[in-house]
Design a protein around this ligand. Sequence first.
Ligand code: ARG
Ligand code: ZN
Length: 474
Amino acid sequence: PALRTPLRVAAPAVAALVLAATSAACTGGPVQGRPGASGLRDPYFPKAGNGGYDVEHYGLDLAYDPDSGRLEGVAVLTARATQGLSSFNLDLDGLDVQGVTVQGAGARFNRTGHELTVRPADDLKKNEVFRTEVRYAGEPRAVKDLDGAQEGWVRTEDGALGVGEPVGSMAWFPGNHHPSDKATYDITLRVPKGYEGVSNGELRSRTDGADGRTAFAWHSAEPMASYLAIAAVGPYKISTGRSPAGVPLYNAVAPEAAQESAPALDRLGEVVDWGSRVFGPYPFATAGAVVEPEGTLGYALETQSRPVYSGPPDVDLLVHETAHQWFGNCVSPASWKDMWLNEGFAVYAEWLWSEQHQGPSAQERFEAFLDGDTEVDDEAGTDWAAFPPASPPGAAHISDPPVYYRGAMVLHRIRQEVGDEDFFALVRGWVADHRYGNADTADFTSYAEEQTGTDLDEVWDVWLYGKGRPKPPS
Ligand code: ARG
Ligand code: ZN
């Protein structure tokens, strides 16, 4: 489709502009930008994210009507240009774009697939910090992941849930949707009075408006990858409190899941504080949970500071999603190839919790997998050893059992090689060193060898990258 905003410049003015641009090019005057890339060449999702800029902050104002399913959004992105830009892309899947401004001036735009191309009135200079506002509306849709899971905007019986791992966030807000571009967020949810609006971070205000809506203003001060954003609208029961060590908690629980959720949720503060002792200080200003009715998503997700559960969680699942706050959220994967750094650590956290709470030890869990007497929860029945965790065979497999369980076994192999003292120092050091940033698998392997002063080639070659089924270590 053609660019939506007609050029309203008379012919003589165009001629003057062309002349000015030509002479400027000779004298090194006004910047000549070029288009930003339409993808970041992720090995699994090459068109996810965009080149030429880095988002620093997202301000999202989302009004949602659960009856009609209609969303009206205003997204204000503050970004820094990493090159001169004549145009740049945002990722947005579905919805109607009503208007775009850049630095307050109307910008032209067009759409192809999930690429929203924005052409600012003036080129942007390298390093320029610029503000883009996108007004959009429509019925956001659920996205079917390559592995069959649902993400994006999922309508529930009496509300909706916006989530995004790996590429569903573009179904509900425009952005640079790749984990490598982290930003701070303000997310305001406007919902009909009587509904709750729940998102990441800290609830700054809750205001009943004259329009019959309640506005919930949520603030995330720490950087967040866009796949970790959440928007939850529904008639939740809200409870607040603090962990014993003082981390503020905000839980939103679907009424039908409340009773069954209580035993685990009552221990959330304990779990968060345990994580702080084992992995280093809890990285975010708040914690909590969103609990949906059973079956809403079919999986839990570690949405930043406030994971979402698809039905009442047990404590192991709280441990898993809480561990992601350090592994995945605070230290985020550089690309989707590095998923095992998220899931391997989150599973290993469950094993550590178990051994420190009268359950089987990590060594026993490790051996159970080697002996083949562990059932893994995967519909396709993929074996834990089916492929090396650092190299899933395709985008449909980044959440398969080897990424989780063989990923955890890689960590246990390191622990076997270096001993507990060095292992736990390594785990804490890894988080501290990459706090609020991104890291890839090579960063991890070199960091592990440096920190422990141990050659871990066998672990990498056999367990992390090796194709075959690893044999028990001798
Ligand atoms: N990262 C989530 C967790 O393990 C699971 C996400 C599953 N998503 C999917 N498309 N299979 O906590
Ligand atoms: Zn996980």
